[in-house]
Design a protein around this ligand. Structure first.
Ligand code: KIV
Ligand code: ZN
Length: 512
């Protein structure tokens, strides 16, 4: 299969997203991650734009090994020289230079008379500037990419002419940006094909696609370009970039990979690094990835509606065309809502280790629906609370028959408990640093279980020394978490009741 080169411009075009800036240290860290992802080219920045960006490109050029390291410049001598200097230490340096080629750009940007009086004259100047830029860049490196800015809206005949001229001048890659995201996929695909067919020398260089997402078509346009012979794709992680952003590389690459049967193309990308890279970039920019974002959004592998969950639980492929592990995503998830259906809900209960009879399921499902109608998503904690509430009162596995507390100054407190378990009587004595500690040790010994107590809270319900004490214990046994509650005017008894309540809930959930 033929390979398509992946050109990542997260650190240059991506960073041009409104309100975003990535400092040099963060850029270096992301560049290392992009190298682990396996991109062919990292566009590290625009060296002449600021001293910080110059230093970021210089550091990346010096220390990131593997990919070609590229710097952007306008068709201006000072820009190109800054690129050349910043890339001095790169093992594989590339200078990316170019100029606006649509009439809108030419007439809008080159208004002064020095560029010519008519469109024709200004077009000629544009070609001269482009050729001079490529020739200057070639003095620094043999790898020069030329961008024909706003090619998506350019007159194709002029575009072919300028591309032909820069190839002759030494450009090795020709980039065809749809800078304003204006093109339609069949149109952009045809443009790439027409360049291959009409530009002399096009067969000797790599044609690159660089699409923006103003109409939500950046990925579709990039793929159309590749279908028509482009062999380099430019884009950013998470699709960040100017205005609506650039083409999202993770989406393009997963499309090429998932539909290999259609494209017959391959890349060197280690797709398992997508999730990590995506999160690293989002964190650096303080950006939130929309949950419904393809490939890396939180919901990309979540299933919620009854029909989907039922199908997914029976056979993953019914509703998933990619495996979460293939993009480094933690795992597929069933999100419980009022639309999830019984299969999904009880599958989750089973995963939580909660065993329920058919009769209990009826009762629990009815309560689940009432909760789900009020909430967007029902979490595991909600499921446990539902089951605690609905079932634990009916199953009193352990009851307190009596307790005796001995506290004496200078001696460790002792507590003796007598518990009922059905017809059985369980008895034990415990010593502890305080009477509650002693009581809990006594119970653990009597029942032969040691659930972990992660928190113990006591609260006076009414004022005064005769107040009712309310105790809450957070218990965890084999991953099953419950809250035990007890109240009494005797705080040791309240504590014992809370512990037994917790044990009864664990027993009701099938966790003991
Ligand atoms: O969108 C664009 O035209 C660009 C060029 C500078 C490559 O980002
Ligand atoms: Zn761009």
């Amino acid at each position: 299969m033929e390979k398509v080169m992946i050109f990542d411009t997260t650190l240059r075009d991506g960073e041009q997203a409104a309100g975003c800036r990535i400092g040099a240290p963060e850029k270096v860290k992301i560049a290392h991650q992009l190298a682990s992802l396996g991109v062919d080219v990292i566009e590290a920045g625009f060296p002449c734009s600021s001293p910080e960006d110059f230093s970021a490109v210089q550091r990346i050029a010096g220390e990131v090994k593997g990919p070609v390291i590229c710097g952007l410049s306008r068709a201006v001598a000072a820009d190109i020289d800054a690129c050349g200097r910043a890339l001095e230490k790169a093992a594989k340096p590339r200078i990316h230079t170019g100029i606006g080629v649509s009439d809108i750009h030419i007439m809008g940007k080159f208004k002064p008379e020095k560029y010519g009086l008519t469109l024709e004259e200004k077009r000629r100047t544009t070609i001269d500037m482009a050729v001079a830029a490529v020739q200057r860049a070639r003095q620094y490196t043999d790898d020069v990419e030329f961008y024909s800015e706003d090619a998506g809206r350019a007159d194709p005949v002029f575009l072919f002419a300028i591309l032909q001229a820069v190839i002759k001048a030494g450009a090795t890659v020709i980039n065809i940006p749809d800078t304003t995201g204006y093109a339609m996929p069949p149109q952009y695909g045809r443009l790439i094909r027409d360049i291959r067919e009409n530009v002399e020398g096009a067969g000797q260089v790599i044609i690159s696609v660089h699409c923006h997402d103003d109409l939500g078509l950046a990925v579709a346009n990039s793929l159309a370009g590749v279908e028509n012979g482009a062999r380099q794709i430019e884009g950013t992680m998470n699709g960040i970039g100017e205005r609506a952003g650039n083409a999202a590389l993770e989406e393009i690459i997963m499309a090429l990979r998932t539909r290999r049967d259609f494209f017959h193309l391959t890349t060197d990308i280690n797709t398992r690094e997508f999730y990590r890279t995506s999160r690293m970039v989002a964190d650096a920019l303080g950006m939130v990835i929309p949950p419904n974002k393809a490939v890396v959004g939180d919901n990309a592998f979540s299933h919620s509606s009854g029909i989907h969950v039922d199908g997914f639980l029976k056979e993953r492929q019914t509703y998933e065309i990619m495996e979460p592990a293939d993009v480094g995503f933690p795992e597929s998830r069933v999100v419980l809502t009022a639309r999830t259906g019984r299969h999904g809900v009880f599958h989750r209960f089973a995963e939580l280790g909660v065993q329920l009879s058919e009769q209990e399921k009826e009762q629990i499902y009815e309560r689940f629906l009432r909760v789900a109608d009020k909430k967007k998503e029902v979490f595991d904690e909600d499921l446990i609370a539902i089951v605690n509430d609905e079932l634990s009162l009916q199953k009193q596995t352990y009851t307190l028959l009596s307790s005796k507390v001995s506290c004496e100054t200078g001696a460790a407190p002792r507590v003796m408990v007598r518990l009922g378990r059905g017809a059985e009587v369980l008895e034990a004595e415990g010593r502890g640093v305080g009477p509650v500690d002693a009581a809990y040790k006594a119970i653990a010994q009597a029942v032969g279980l040691t659930p972990e107590i992660s928190r113990y809270e006591i609260q006076g319900i009414t004022g005064g020394t005769d107040a009712l004490g309310k105790v809450t214990v957070h218990m965890d046994h084999g991953g099953l978490k419950v809250l035990g509650k007890g109240a009494s005017t005797d705080i040791i008894e309240a504590s014992i009741k809370a512990y037994l309540d917790g044990l009864n809930k664990l027993a009701a959930l099938g966790g003991l």
